[in-house]
Design a protein around this ligand. Structure first.
Ligand SMILES: [Zn+2]
Length: 101
């Protein structure tokens, strides 16, 4: 289990800046192909399951409306935002944008 504390509390609109290049396209692809089931919990917590060969669970916390303070994935990826986290962050951003309408 990787446990990333997103040190800069980067805004969800800017998260691509901290995603490793090699995870960005696969993450966007998971999002575009609707491989992400997103659930909003309380207190800024989100849980998602990502279908990528098998199912991965991703936990994210968004504070102050748009600051990413946590992104955890069950995969064995290195200590960076993996493609599952990346895909989930795309999905959360879309959900938050829709809320703001
Ligand atoms: Zn992952």
């Amino acid at each position: 289990m990787q446990n990333i504390s997103v040190d800069d509390n980067i805004a969800i609109n800017d998260f691509e800046k901290i995603v490793d290049e090699k995870h960005l396209k696969p993450g966007k692809s998971l999002y575009r192909h609707k491989k992400i089931n997103l659930y909003k919990a309380e207190n800024g917590n989100w849980t998602a399951t990502v279908e990528d060969g098998k199912f991965y669970t991703v936990n994210v916390r968004i504070m102050d409306r748009d600051k990413i303070t946590k992104c955890e994935c069950g995969c064995e990826s290195q200590r960076k935002l993996c493609r599952h986290c990346t895909g989930v962050l795309f999905a959360i951003r879309e959900a938050l944008n829709n809320e703001n309408i």
